[in-house]
Structure formats: structure tokens, C-alpha cells
Write a protein that binds this ligand. Structure first.
Ligand code: 13P
Ligand code: SF4
Length: 331
């Protein structure tokens, strides 16, 4: 294998140099059109990637786009489980992710072999998994959900059925409160949504007494208890546009503030502070994607998401069920 070939391998893509004089914005747009590729980006991506994307959305919207796109290539500016979901939904398309190491602490908190044993201890339970989980976990799942449709998914399950909810214990606890259903929870959490400080948020609220506190349901219950509104990223974004309030304390990954500010230039958005003086309200996995990596990714169509056929086949049913229930609920 020549050096050039090895650089282009699934492993060597991060070493491919990028000419600093290139207009990456123009180049990415050109390559996208030339290759009939669609760029899907999550709200937690850097603003420049959001600006380049053909579609920016939450996990549900991104899955719906991946299922319906007419493009030949899906470039996923998000994390690994999202790109895997796109591959399951569009198995004959090439799905590429700028950095294969863009993982997710929540997905990692629930390894499939351990979950299989957990599931065996709770026979006769319907398994609902948050979409933030590996493709293999989806093969052990009856219905997936996202934070946008989680309530509707739980409510679609007959009352006499017992439920296991994985992997997010915080979203699970929120759903128990919201739906009144008893559920067995897997003990997983998101590293970003667990670092917010209730004390610091309360102090911020004293400085901005008219501000609405809005939070993602991946946050711990002591944070959700003080929120005026709880919802998915798209739910939070819609709330800020519809609300008469002029100030918002936003308790989720800070990337979403970009679209909030863009849609509401005269409103003020304050990112909720984490416990420490760190930038931990930014997801280190989401932020692994950069403009340079995105350029290399589309130019060389690497790295590609490859899944075994059985995972695609067995994982798909849980996502299809989720999309069916969402469509019926008008989501
Ligand atoms: P949503 O955008 O679906 O609310 O998910 C948030 C999240 O944590 C994605 O990793
Ligand atoms: Fe995973 Fe949390 Fe990052 Fe979302 S914000 S990708 S749940 S670690």
C-alpha cells in the first residue's frame, strides 16, 4: 500500500493535511453538490458547520431526514450513534462521519452485552431505548425514542405491559413523572447534562428575574424541578420563539444557542453554567467535528459507517416503530 493509499484508509483520514489557503466553506459546498451528498447537522455542532448544513435538527428530525433523503451520500455532522441510525435507515447509501471517535458518553454507558444480561433479568418487559445508544443496543430494543417523542412512545405501550427504559436514567425519571408509568431504568447518563449547577442557575435567575429557565430532559431532576419548560433541542428552540419572554437561561449543550439567537435576534440567551469553571456545557464528542475534518470527509468519502447486515436488519425494527408512532402523533 502506498503512503497516499494508507492516508486514505479508514484509520489514516485524520492525518490527511488540509491546505490552509482553501476556502473550506466554498469547497465543501462544491463537493456536496458534485457528489449529490446531503449534510445533516445536529444543533450541538459548531455554528459554521450548522451554516453549511442542508438540514440542522434534533435527533428525531435528523432520523426522518436520513430515512427520506434522495442524496447518494449522507455526511453526518453529529456523533457516531446518529450516523449509525442513518445507516440503518438508509443501508444502501454511503454514510460518512467526519470523526469516527465522535462518540457519546450516554451510548457508551450501556454496552450491549451487559444490557443483554440486564434484559434477561426482566423478562416480559417492553424495551424502550433512547436513540442515544449503539446500533447493537437497538437490536435488543423494541421501540426507540428521542427526547421529542419519548412521552408519546411510552404512552403507546399498553398499560399492562412492563417497561425497561435505557440508557438515560435522567430522561427515564422524567418520563416516569410525566406519564405515571413504572419503569425499570438503566443507570446511564450524559456527561454534559449532568454537570449543571442548580446553585449557579438560581443565582443567575436572581440577576435575570424575568428570564425563563429552559432545560433538556437529560438533566438531573433537581435541575428540571426549577425549569419553566423542559424539552428536546427543537422543543427548546420552538419555545424560545413562541414565548413572550425576552430572556432565557438555557440548560443544555451550548451549541443550540446559535439557532436560538438567529431566530430571535432581539432576545437574550444565557448558557447555564456548569459546576466548575470549565467549558463542560459543550459536548466534547460533538465538537470533535471541525470544518477541516468535514472537508477531508466529503473529499475522500471517509470514514464510512459500516455495520453488519444482521445489526441493520434487527436494529431497524425499533427505529421504524418509533417513526411510525411519531408520524401518527404528528411529530
Ligand atoms: P435532541 O436534539 O434529540 O434533543 O438530543 C439531544 C442530545 O443530547 C443529542 O445527543
Ligand atoms: Fe451524548 Fe451528551 Fe454529547 Fe449528546 S450531549 S452526544 S447525549 S455526550
Amino acid at each position: 500500500m502506498t503512503q497516499a493509499e494508507s492516508q486514505l484508509s479508514q484509520k489514516g483520514y485524520l492525518d490527511i493535511p488540509v491546505d490552509p489557503s482553501l476556502d473550506l466553506f466554498a469547497e465543501i459546498t462544491r463537493l456536496k453538490n458534485e457528489k449529490n451528498a446531503v449534510l445533516l447537522a445536529h444543533y450541538y455542532q459548531d455554528s459554521e458547520i450548522q451554516d453549511l448544513a442542508d438540514y440542522v435538527g434534533d435527533s428525531l428530525g435528523l432520523s426522518q431526514e436520513a430515512a427520506n433523503t434522495k442524496a447518494d451520500i449522507i455526511i453526518f455532522a453529529g456523533v457516531h450513534f446518529m450516523a449509525e441510525t442513518a445507516k440503518i435507515l438508509s443501508p444502501h447509501k454511503k454514510v460518512i462521519l467526519p470523526d469516527l471517535k465522535a462518540g457519546c458518553s450516554l451510548a457508551d454507558s450501556c454496552p450491549a452485552p451487559l444490557f443483554r444480561k440486564f434484559k434477561e433479568k426482566h423478562p416480559d418487559h417492553v424495551v424502550v431505548s433512547y436513540i442515544n445508544c449503539s446500533a447493537e443496543l437497538k437490536t435488543l430494543t423494541d421501540i426507540c425514542c428521542t427526547s421529542t417523542n419519548a412521552v408519546q412512545i411510552i404512552e403507546s405501550i399498553p398499560l399492562d405491559k412492563k417497561i425497561i427504559f435505557a440508557p438515560d436514567k435522567n430522561l427515564g425519571a422524567y418520563l416516569i413523572k410525566k406519564t405515571g408509568r413504572d419503569m425499570v431504568l438503566w443507570d446511564g447518563a450524559c456527561m454534559v447534562h449532568e454537570i449543571f449547577s442548580r446553585e449557579k442557575i438560581t443565582k443567575l435567575k436572581e440577576r435575570y428575574p424575568l428570564a425563563k429557565i429552559i432545560a433538556h430532559p437529560e438533566c438531573e431532576s433537581h435541575i428540571l424541578d426549577i425549569a419553566d419548560y423542559v424539552g428536546s433541542t427543537s422543543g427548546l428552540l420552538n419555545y424560545t420563539s413562541k414565548s413572550d419572554a425576552k430572556e432565557f437561561i438555557v440548560v443544555t449543550e451550548a451549541g443550540i444557542l446559535y439557532q436560538m439567537q438567529k431566530a430571535n435576534p432581539h432576545k437574550t440567551f444565557i448558557a447555564a453554567p456548569p459546576l466548575n469553571n470549565c467549558a463542560c456545557n459543550e459536548c466534547p464528542h460533538m465538537k470533535r467535528n471541525t470544518l477541516e475534518k468535514l472537508y477531508v470527509c466529503i473529499k475522500h468519502e471517509l470514514p464510512e459507517i459500516v455495520l453488519p447486515d444482521w445489526v441493520i436488519k434487527e436494529g431497524r425494527a425499533s427505529i421504524d416503530r418509533m417513526l411510525e408512532i411519531s408520524a401518527k402523533a404528528g411529530l
